[in-house]
Write a protein that binds this ligand. Structure first.
Ligand SMILES: [Zn+2]
Ligand SMILES: [Zn+2]
Length: 284
């Protein structure tokens, strides 16, 4: 079995809710690359994410299309939630030992530099590089996990900046459900609103991974490919404790839980904590 770009595209599509297609090839230096492209968009007006697998390293490059000026400008004008999610994901990459190179309008920029948001973006580049990896040593599945992890982190960072409309269906469904429900059920639905924000979800999965933080189950490993990426994202702090306009930090506020643990967590309002769930399971 070889590493399959379609699996990579599928993973990132599940995480972001945006359809990607995948391709692969070899560059002039003899390095293998994988490329993800948003499906159903004119190539020149969108972007690619190219993951280059080198000797003990992985580099993921964001490249806007040649006619993507509007997209780049919109990314630079993203709302505060998008900015924070972007910083949170890239901060997690740095914490994991990766290098992050950000260029805005041709100049290398610091992740924490607020000034990058104050100017209209004419060009934007992002490269995430992770070296010192055990890769290309014969374990194809382990290689795929590393390639998937770093590609998904880059995708979550970029996704946070994309000018996407919130789903109208979700909003309608929620307002319909809230009517007449008891307090506990209402709380649960409000929690879901945060958990369903696709930017937060993609960022939380890119940062925390796919294993349930309570029981440690990885649905994809347990059930096989059909369940890959099947994990729920839970809000750690009860929504009732958050002030209006609170902006989620996916690293500290969100955690992946399997459907079982997530249901158990919400048997109480406010929900059981991850530590309490782990105690129930006698894991601590
Ligand atoms: Zn679980
Ligand atoms: Zn939850």
């Amino acid at each position: 079995m070889s590493t399959d770009p379609r699996l990579l595209a599928e993973r990132v599509s599940i995480e972001t809710g945006l359809a990607f297609t995948g391709s692969e090839g070899w560059d002039n230096d003899g390095c293998r690359w994988f490329e993800l492209l948003p499906a159903e968009h004119p190539v020149g007006q969108t972007f690619t994410l190219r993951t280059v697998v080198g000797w003990r390293r992985i580099d993921v490059h964001f490249r806007p299309g040649n006619f993507a000026a509007d997209l780049v400008e919109a990314m630079g004008a993203v709302d505060e939630t998008g900015r924070r999610t972007f910083r949170s994901v890239l901060g997690a990459c740095c914490d994991a030992g990766a290098g992050v190179v950000l260029t805005v309008n041709g100049a290398a920029s610091d992740l924490g530099d607020e000034a990058i948001w104050a100017v209209p973006w004419r060009s934007f580049g992002l490269v995430i590089s992770k070296g010192m990896l055990s890769i290309n040593e014969g374990d194809v599945e382990a290689d795929m996990r590393q390639i998937g992890l770093w590609t998904s982190r880059a995708a979550a960072a970029i996704f946070a900046l994309l000018p996407l409309e919130a789903s109208v269906d979700d909003a309608e469904e929620e307002s319909g459900e809230v009517i007449g429900l008891p307090e506990g059920a209402k709380t649960r639905i409000e929690v879901n609103r945060y958990e369903r924000d696709q930017r937060n979800r993609a960022a939380a999965l890119a940062i925390h991974g796919y294993s349930c933080k309570a029981c440690e189950l990885d649905m994809g490993k347990r059930y096989g490919a059909v369940a890959a990426g099947l994990i729920e994202v839970h809000h750690v702090t009860p929504v009732s404790e958050l002030g209006p306009g609170y902006i989620i930090n996916p690293k500290t506020d969100l955690t992946p839980l399997c459907p079982n643990c997530h249901s158990v967590a919400h048997r109480r309002s406010p929900p059981f904590s991850v530590v309490e769930l782990r105690r129930m399971l006698q894991l601590i």
